[in-house]
Structure formats: C-alpha cells, structure tokens
Write a protein of this length. Structure first.
Length: 299
C-alpha cells in the first residue's frame, strides 16, 4: 500500500511539469465579447387615420333677375312722365334728350339721369362810353349759366317714379358788346344875317342831337356880291367846344368889306379837320339837320 502511494506521488510529480509545459504552449481562446446593451426603442405611433373629406357645399342656383323693359324703353317711359315744370322752378325744356341714360340695379329698380345746360340773361343796359379810338354804345347784360341734372328712380313692379333735380357749376358774369358811334348829328335851331351893304353880322344856334360830344365844329359862311362874286369866305367858331349831347352851340360874327355890296350868302358846317357835315332834307316844316359820319379807321 505504501508502495502504491509512493508510486502515485512520483507519477504526479512527473506529470505536473509536462502539464505545465503544455499549458504554456497552448493559447487560451479569448472570451467572447460582452454583448453591447441596446437601448430600448419606442415604437413609432401608428399614423392617425385621415379624416373623411368634408363635402363642399354646392351653391343653390340663383334665379336670374332680368328687367322687364330695355334701357331705351325705360328712357322713353320716364322721359314721357317727367313734368314740364320741375321742382324749384326748373323746366323740362332745359334738359337735353340726348343725355338720357338708364341703368338697371336689380329687383325691378332702374336709375335714370338726364342733364342740360341753362343760360339766363338779365336786362340789357346801354351807355355811351369813350374808348381809345371811338365813342361806342356799350350794351351790358348779366348772364347766369349752370348745369341742370335730373335723376329719377323707377320701379318696374309698382311703376313708382321718384324725381330729384340738382343745379351744378353755377357762374355769373357780365357780357358786353360795343357798337362804334360813327355819326355826329346837329340840328340848326336858327340862323340869320343882318347888316348894311358893307357891314353886318351872322349869328345862329345849333343843337347836338347825337349821342356823343362834337369837338372842333365851325360854321363856314360865303358872302356874294350882286354879281355873284365871292366876297368873303369865313369860318366861325361855335361855342362851347366841345358841344355835349343835347346841348346848344351858338355863333355870332361881324363882317365888313369894301367895294360891291353884299347880296346873298350861304353856309355849311365843318370840322376843324375840314370834314363837312351833310344836310338831311326834311319835310320843309322841320328844322334843317346836318350830320357827319366818321370813317371806320382802326376797326
């Protein structure tokens, strides 16, 4: 028994180095890697179910609103119903048919309009005035002008017509018109010549019956002897100078001569410029009238 134990110990001692050598020569297999922990994943929520589409409401078909009358028919109908005398003293005659319009606004309602231009003239006044070149008859008149607008609402179903009138753009101005006065007129009130064969005087009176003053008016006398020969030609001033319209002008001059006696004379009216006043024949019972008509220079 003791012998066997000893043998066993010896065997063990012999096998132990061999085992150690073998163990050094053989590499141990690496241990498998530890598993990496995977974080838990939250599952994505399932998509919500799409809502059912909302049905689009379909508009109900609208009833067609059409007028019973045409635009021309409405214009004629309303125009015929507009009275001759309008509110506020206006007149239908002041409106122009060519400006009529009508517009349908629905539900049987029409809007109508018509307009016109009005001119009103006041009384005419006339005065005689002096311009740079001439005396003129100036006519003045105050003129008022404005635009007249009539609007109306007409209902087809009830045939009701509502009218209103409005005045716009009113203007007031004075218009003038000048007529040159080219005619100067005088009336011979009286004249006489008295004296002896060699001495005497001439005198007389005229009236300015025209519209404008007469300046530089003279009376020209021609004296003849018994044989018809001209003895004297003289021009005499008439005063006042100028002679206003409606006023009198007077003249008186003395004369004397030698030789043959004075037998008769004649006369005429002239201006200082040499222009002559012409004689207007009357009925024989009227006083002589003379006139001078100016030339139309500068007009």
């Amino acid at each position: 028994m003791r012998k066997m134990v000893i043998l066993g110990i010896l065997s063990l001692l012999f096998l132990l180095p061999v085992a150690l050598v073998a163990a050094c020569q053989q590499q141990p297999e690496p241990a498998p890697p530890s598993p990496v922990p995977v974080p838990p994943t939250t599952p994505a929520p399932a998509p919500a179910p799409a809502p059912a589409p909302t049905p689009t409401p379909q508009p109900l078909p609208l009833a067609v609103d059409e007028p019973k009358l045409s635009e021309d028919e409405v214009c004629t109908l309303i125009w015929n119903r507009v009275p001759s005398q309008l509110p506020d003293g206006y007149s239908k005659n002041d409106l122009s048919k060519d400006t009529r319009t009508a517009e349908y606004e629905g539900d049987g309602k029409w809007l109508f309009s018509v307009s016109g231009k009005v001119r009103q003239e006041g009384p005419v006044t006339t005065e005689t005035v002096k311009t740079e070149d001439y005396w003129v008859d100036r006519e003045s008149c105050e003129v008022t002008s404005y635009e007249l607008h009539l609007t109306a609402v007409y209902y087809e179903n009830t045939q009701i017509l509502d009218i209103s009138v409005d005045k716009q753009n009113e203007q007031v101005m004075t218009e003038t018109a000048d007529t040159p006065i080219l005619r100067k007129e005088i009336k011979l009130k009286w004249q006489t010549a008295k004296g002896t064969a060699h001495h005497g005087y001439l005198e007389g009176c005229i009236e300015n019956i025209g519209k404008i003053p007469i300046a530089g008016l003279l009376i020209e006398y021609t004296l003849f002897d018994e044989d018809g020969n001209i003895k004297i030609i003289e021009e005499y001033n008439i005063s006042p100078d100028p002679i206003p319209p409606g006023e009198l002008g007077k003249f008186r001059e003395q004369f004397s001569t030698t030789g043959k006696h004075f037998q008769y004379y004649n006369y005429r009216f002239v201006l200082e410029t040499g222009q002559t006043f012409e004689y207007l024949e009357g009925s024989g019972q009227e006083e002589p009238v003379f006139f001078y008509e100016m030339e139309m220079k500068g007009i």
